[in-house]
Design a binder for this molecule. Structure first.
Ligand SMILES: [Zn+2]
Ligand SMILES: [Zn+2]
Length: 435
């Protein structure tokens, strides 16, 4: 059924703090690779606050939102049964009526960056919720390069049998509100954890081989001295700074990998806000198992310094994840303070123009590695979906003690929700455009 001419959308007006719900025209296919999606749910995210606060330098109104799930209602002419084999297969399989999830950026699936998995830096990348790419906080949204960008949900879930879904999720159907987490925050948390644990500087702790022999690149034979590792050398000390939704997802992903690999660890999860620490503690109590070879402690900023000092005899953490999302420099200063020599800092916050709060000399003096930047959601999707399916006990609930989603509201509450979210008075909010 073709959508009507007008739709409701949440718009931001410059210079700042001005959110309005207005009637605008329904988007149509403009390019053969486009799809139009009817939005089922749209998320309000920490990085929407950059636009809301007017710090993005955007000077014209735009439709907000970069997180949305929905159903395809219109497809461009590139979508047909036989497409060239070097184009993403979705161009031949996606149909009107399919349930889809969109990453928060457009990715073509065909350029060098997409082909090797660095999808967030696609040559055709665009961020939803900006003037040139209207966002998903609307009843309908146009998705450019849709064959490379979208996920067809039923295809993704085909890897799981009904029994597996039932056994793992306790419900055979994944909660819609949890699917929304796949647009950004869950893949971003998984990315932060994966990037840190997969770093060459963490390998000596994970493989019990000293650097550089911890690397798979080293194939020298016969000249290795016996390893002088002591048990404490293989314990990974980890800090996660910021326990908003992304930080929580990073902790859950980290614990999941550490447990699956049977690694020794201590993880301190840090946030200045007590309610966030309490939520993380409740989630951890659901995840901790008898056989675990490590544990997590939640801490305020002040307490975290003492805990890490005590755990490490003052040398600091192997890895620090900075997940404050609205990337602020005090979180980065703390990360530098907490990381040990030859450690790495992984930052997934969206940073502004301000300079990083450490000098080249400080980085040199600690041999610190810095990993910054946007999550390649499209590439991380299978790992994130797998975690989502297995941990519906955490991700499937709304408004509960452990849930990441606080509430689902209609558009009439948009201005209030932006205000409250900006002041930290509520957690993650989803909009139901049809409520
Ligand atoms: Zn987001
Ligand atoms: Zn691309």
């Amino acid at each position: 059924m073709s959508p009507s001419v007008d739709q409701l959308a949440i718009l931001w007006y410059p210079p700042a703090y001005d959110i309005r719900v207005e009637k605008v025209s329904v988007p149509r296919v403009e390019h053969p690779d486009d799809a139009v999606v009817k939005v089922r749910l749209a998320g309000l995210c920490g990085s929407d606050l950059h636009l809301y606060r007017g710090t993005e330098g955007i000077t014209e109104p735009c439709i907000c939102g970069h997180e949305f799930v929905g159903e395809v209602v219109e497809l461009g002419s590139s979508f047909q049964p036989s497409v060239p084999c070097d184009r993403p297969s979705l161009y031949s399989t996606l149909k009107v009526g399919d349930r889809v999830i969109s990453p928060f950026t457009v990715s073509c699936g065909e350029c060098h960056f997409c082909r090797v998995g660095f999808t967030c830096r696609c040559a055709e990348s665009r961020l939803f919720g900006t003037p040139n790419t209207p966002g998903g906080q609307a009843q309908y949204v146009r998705v450019p390069k849709a064959g490379g960008t979208l996920y067809r949900l039923d295809e993704a879930l085909a890897a799981y049998t009904a029994q597996e879904l039932e056994a793992q999720c306790s419900t055979p159907r994944l909660a819609d509100s949890s699917l929304l987490l796949l647009c950004d925050i869950l893949p971003t948390g998984v990315f932060a954890a994966f990037q840190a644990l997969n770093h060459p500087k963490t390998l000596p702790m994970m493989t019990s081989q000293p650097y550089p022999h911890s690397s798979a690149l080293i194939t020298l034979k016969g000249i290795l001295a016996p390893s002088l590792h002591r048990p404490q050398d293989t314990v990974l000390l980890i800090a996660v700074i910021g326990l908003g939704p992304v930080g929580v997802c990073a902790c859950v992903a980290m614990l999941d990998i550490l447990h699956a690999k049977g690694l020794d660890f201590r993880l301190v999860a840090i946030d200045p806000i007590e309610a966030r620490r309490n939520k993380m503690a409740s989630i951890y109590s659901k995840m901790s198992r008898d056989q675990e070879r490590g544990y997590l402690e939640v801490a305020s900023i002040e307490d975290s310094r003492c805990i890490i000092f005590e755990w490490s005899n003052g040398v600091g953490c192997n890895v620090v994840l900075e997940a404050s999302v609205v990337g602020n420099s005090s979180a980065l200063s703390l990360a530098y303070e907490l990381v040990r020599p030859f450690g790495c800092i992984t930052s997934v916050g969206a940073h502004s123009d301000s300079a990083v709060p450490f000098t080249g000399r400080e980085l040199y003096d600690k041999n610190v590695s810095l990993d910054f930047g946007r999550c390649p959601v499209r590439a991380m999707f299978p790992m994130a979906l797998d975690l989502l399916v297995r941990r519906q006990d955490i991700f499937g609930d709304v408004g509960g003690e452990v849930s990441l989603v606080d509430k689902v509201v209609g558009f009439s509450e948009a201005a209030t929700m932006y205000q409250e979210f900006d002041k930290g008075k509520c957690g993650k909010v989803l909009f139901d455009p049809w409520k």
